[in-house]
Design a protein around this ligand. Structure first.
Ligand code: HPA
Length: 268
């Protein structure tokens, strides 16, 4: 099944053989429009591909050039809160592995757990806490892809963190660094949960990314993770706006994010 799905995508990639996959988070889709000579592959046409359930969410793969480098972009991701199984995320990442993807650039929208990291900021993810209660690697293990017990001590590749820190300094973009905690969602957290997550050592909270990263580490990809901070965690400020604020703030930070990712893609 994985092989068939990979073959379908390969047949639609033309001459492109991208080694870098970019996953675009909520409200961050505009980077997809910067890709030159694009080829679009609709999720709904890809055999055995998970179906996007959120109405109005575009779902497609975009292959093309960014800064002259071949990239593959997921516009629209699969959230567990939509009802997607963690296993389907492992399947998707396995397909990308077969296609030759070696680097994963993963982005998301997240809530801040730190007063000094305001909405509109960007956070380089240096580690994560899997608080979702799910794991895409549960089940039979195919040793051809990765080990039964993968090691997560360098999940967010140090070399790529260093590279991104250097780029942000040169571009004079303030880049926070911290730990991303994943909740299953779909509800935003209670104030008590936010307090608990701060005590646990998390810096940002969101509803994605961890499953993709677990599967990507498992099958040997190098990873760069970036969060766009769209709001303070519930209880940290008087008014909590939820999803509307998320999309507005994502828009504001998207320009900086685009600058960072373009340069990163050019230099790796
Ligand atoms: N909590 C969880 N997920 C999120 C948040 C949040 O505050 N903001 C954006 N995604």
């Amino acid at each position: 099944m994985i092989q068939e799905t990979a073959s379908f995508i390969l047949n639609h990639l033309g001459n492109y053989r991208p080694q870098t996959l970019i996953i675009l988070g909520s409200g961050l889709g505009s980077l997809g429009e910067k890709i030159q000579n694009p080829i679009y592959i609709d999720y709904k046409d890809i055999p055995s591909w998970p179906r996007s359930t959120v109405s109005g969410h575009k779902g497609c793969l975009i292959a093309g050039l960014l800064e002259g480098k071949e990239v593959l972009c997921m516009q629209g991701r699969f959230h567990l809160y939509e009802g997607h199984s963690a296993e389907s995320i492992k399947m998707v990442m396995s397909v990308f592995k077969i296609l030759g993807i070696k680097n994963l650039i993963v982005t998301n929208a997240a809530g801040s757990l730190k007063k000094e990291m305001a909405p509109g900021s960007i956070m380089l993810i240096n580690d994560h806490i899997n608080f979702s209660g799910r794991n895409p690697l549960v089940g039979a293990n195919d040793d051809n892809f990765g080990p039964r017990f993968p090691v997560m001590s360098d999940a967010y590749t140090q070399e790529y963190q260093d590279k991104m820190s250097q780029i942000a300094a040169e571009e004079k973009i303030n880049l926070h660094k911290g730990t991303y905690l994943m909740v299953l969602g779909p509800n935003f957290e209670t104030a008590a949960e936010i307090k608990a997550f701060q005590i646990l050592g998390a810096d940002a909270v969101g509803m994605s990314t961890v499953p993709e990263v677990l599967a990507a580490v498992w099958c040997g990809m190098k990873i760069l993770g970036l969060s766009v901070i769209t709001n303070y965690g519930s209880g940290m400020v008087k008014e909590f706006h939820g999803h509307t604020e998320t999309l507005q703030q994502a828009d504001k930070a998207a320009q900086n994010l685009t600058t960072l990712i373009r340069r990163f893609v050019r230099e790796i």
